[in-house]
Ligand binder design. Structure first.
Ligand code: MLT
Length: 403
């Protein structure tokens, strides 16, 4: 008889954002007269930039001609996009990355999950707590996380990020093999400076560990001491894989385009991980559509860059509005300065799902309960700055009124 991958049976409930979407749908169905403002999942609201749309239209027209038609593209991404990424995201910051170290994909979420394919199931995995659930759930699916007991996976190494340590993970006190780091952080919105990242690169080098660095929110960085890439840290190319995304940078959440950097210098047992990831992608992935990659390349044009940065500034202004309003309402508030996420402590030690319910039912605002990101997220909620400015202001007025 065929057997299932019973690691799936160990997963608790449904994926965090699916659970929230179900709760919100049920509330809206029962209260059709209420206008619900969504500040839960980090989905953008601003339309795609005009330069992006123009490039897309042009690519669509090309696809309708014999000369301009594109069938299967390179699994790693078209050179025109990989070269732009190298030039604008790396060389412009003094980082030496080659085009064949860039792998264009349909999302950082997929890549963060799929990357596990090239690692042994015996590896010890370290995650921040709270954490973006994809890192945990995909390792659980692969059988690397052990069993889920008392809100903890038995084989994962948790690095608590709490108010006491400024939401900064501390270096593991036991040997770990794979370390997921995300800065600017999802969910806390806290960012790490170069000086704070350096010890992680040193740890990885000393212990033969690999850092899986999620840099999906780098476009929101305003502080010059905060690196946009882990490769700004000396030696990181030997120990780190970096994930980037056009989702939040350029509003591609529904358009789907991202990329992962696997440097040639990164080797385990003398084997280049670049070659393994290339083999994995060629076998399981057929590339991002030409039209979408043309749209992504337009983000690097002068107009595209300006237009997308205007959108980032707009969201950062929302983040400021949220920070100020929640502080005024008496909550302790973190993040939101170099990130689109605001991490707020619930009032009077309220449980985060209870506070989520209160905000949904009394203020009609959707947030994300901190407990959904891990045990240390209990007692917090996360809000996103990706709503419209009007709705952000409206939501904050409603929250202030009920607190
Ligand atoms: C989030 O809300 O944490 C993100 O939008 C989820 C994602 O990017 O997949």
């Amino acid at each position: 008889m065929a057997k299932i991958n019973d690691n799936y049976l160990k997963l608790p409930g449904s994926y965090l954002f699916s659970t929230i979407a179900k709760k919100v749908a049920a509330y809206s169905a029962a209260n059709p007269d209420k206008e619900v403002i969504k500040m839960g999942i980090g989905d953008v609201t601003k339309p795609l930039a005009p330069a992006v749309i123009e490039a897309m239209h042009k690519a669509v027209d090309e696809m309708g001609t014999a000369e301009g038609f594109h069938g299967y593209g390179p699994e790693q991404g078209y050179d025109f996009l990989r070269e732009k990424i190298v030039e604008k995201d790396y060389q412009a910051r003094g980082i030496d990355i080659a085009a064949d170290e860039i792998f264009v994909s349909d999302g950082a979420k997929s890549d963060c999950g799929n990357i596990g394919d090239i690692f042994s199931v015996d590896n010890k995995v370290a995650v921040c707590d709270p954490v973006y659930p994809v890192y945990v759930d995909t390792n659980a699916m692969a059988g690397r996380a052990g069993d889920f007991i008392n809100e903890h996976w038995s084989n994962l190494y948790y690095m608590p990020c709490t108010e006491e340590n400024g939401f900064m993970p501390q270096l593991p006190t036991e040997k770990v093999d794979m370390i997921y780091l995300c800065f600017p952080n999802n969910p806390t919105g806290v960012s790490a400076t170069r000086a704070q990242l350096k010890p992680w690169v040193d740890y990885a080098k000393e212990n033969g560990a690999v850092i899986l660095y999620d840099s999906a929110y780098e476009a929101f960085i305003t502080n010059p001491d905060v690196p946009h890439s882990i490769y700004e840290i000396e030696g990181a190319k030997e120990v780190a894989i970096e994930f980037r995304s056009f989702s939040k940078t350029a509003g591609f959440t529904g358009t789907r385009c991202a990329y992962t950097v696997v440097p040639h210098e990164l080797k385990l047992d003398g084997v280049e991980l670049n070659g393994l990831w290339n083999r994995r992608q060629c076998t399981k992935f057929n590339g991002v559509p030409y039209i979408i990659q043309k749209a992504a390349a337009a983000v690097y044009s002068d107009e595209g860059y300006k237009q997308t940065r205007d959108a980032i500034a707009y969201y950062l202004e929302n983040a400021k509005i949220i920070r100020e309003a929640l502080t005024e309402a008496g909550l302790s508030v973190y993040g939101g300065e170099n990130a689109p996420y605001i991490w707020a402590k619930t009032p009077n030690g309220m449980k985060s799902w209870d506070f989520f319910d209160k905000l949904l039912e009394e203020a009609n605002v959707v947030t994300t309960p901190g407990a959904g990101f891990g045990p240390s997220g209990e007692g917090y909620i996360r809000l996103t700055a990706f709503s419209t400015k009007e709705n952000t202001i409206k939501a904050m007025e409603k929250i202030k009124a009920i607190l």
